[in-house]
Design a protein. Structure first.
Length: 262
């Protein structure tokens, strides 16, 4: 693929995220019929999530509820397909999150459909990947325009906090969290950069910026499935159908809690 195709497939879907005291990166993974969704890390938007006791009109009592603040998502414009020349900031809502998986899904508050959407690596094809395959990571590091770095897949099955990560050698900097790791051969999204390797020296931890850990595509698919956003990767599901299912589950759980409390 040429550089024009590379720009469209991996640079244009990359966004910068501002969330109160934190910031990071995100990737557009769905944009159809007036709905656009961005994948990022939970820790990038965690400051915008609180759990409060709120009155439930369904069960007529207070219960713990998620309360979300608005997240600013900046989409970049380019000249000559290489030079970032500003862009547009659009407010977005947190639609799903999982602190253990360190993933979150945002929905932009716009009806505009964006043509540049990251393509997910096919589900069930992970066994075809090999150590040594070339990868590209993209993220709005240090709050700047998207930066692309290249490396290789270097290890599978690295466990941190009982979750699997894939180690790669694409240099990473602070702010890349929530961005994307692509397979260079196909420009398909393989993972989400989430952690930088560190070396302990005495009482200090020194970042090893040429080694980073990415949340693998297997966990991304599981997250979207568990949170009932399967329409992102499977046309057999619809956005409305999944929204209705989430509401049905929420209602059922509230009633179950009310019965347990009575």
């Amino acid at each position: 693929m040429n550089l024009e195709e590379r720009h469209k497939r991996i640079a244009l879907p990359c966004v910068r995220i501002r969330a109160k005291r934190a910031g990071g990166s995100g990737t557009i993974i769905y944009s159809r019929e007036g709905s656009t969704y961005v994948l990022t890390n939970h820790h990038v938007v965690a400051d915008c999530i609180t759990i409060e006791n709120r009155w439930s009109t369904l069960i007529k009592k207070e219960r713990k509820m998620d309360v979300f603040e608005i997240v600013d998502t900046h989409l970049f414009g380019y000249r000559y397909e290489s030079r970032a020349i500003g862009g547009t900031t659009i407010q977005s809502d947190i639609m799903a999150y999982d602190p253990q998986e360190d993933l979150a899904l945002l929905k932009l508050r716009t009806d505009e459909v964006f043509p540049a959407v990251a393509k997910l690596y096919p589900r069930g094809k992970e066994s075809d990947l090999r150590i040594g395959m070339k990868v590209i990571t993209v993220g709005a590091g240090l709050g700047a325009a998207p930066v692309q770095t290249e490396g290789i897949l270097s290890q599978f099955g690295q466990e941190i906090d009982r979750r699997e990560y894939w180690l790669n050698t694409a240099p990473s900097i602070f702010g890349n969290s929530g961005g994307a790791m692509f397979l260079k051969e196909t420009y398909e999204l393989l993972g989400v950069p989430a952690r930088i390797a560190v070396s302990m020296s005495g009482f200090s931890a020194d970042p090893i910026t040429h080694l980073s850990f990415a949340i693998p595509i297997t966990r991304i698919y599981n997250f979207l499935e568990e949170q009932k956003f399967r329409f992102v990767y499977d046309d057999e599901y619809t956005e409305k159908g999944e929204a209705d299912l989430r509401e049905e589950i929420r209602t059922r759980e509230e009633k179950k809690q009310a019965e347990a409390d009575s």
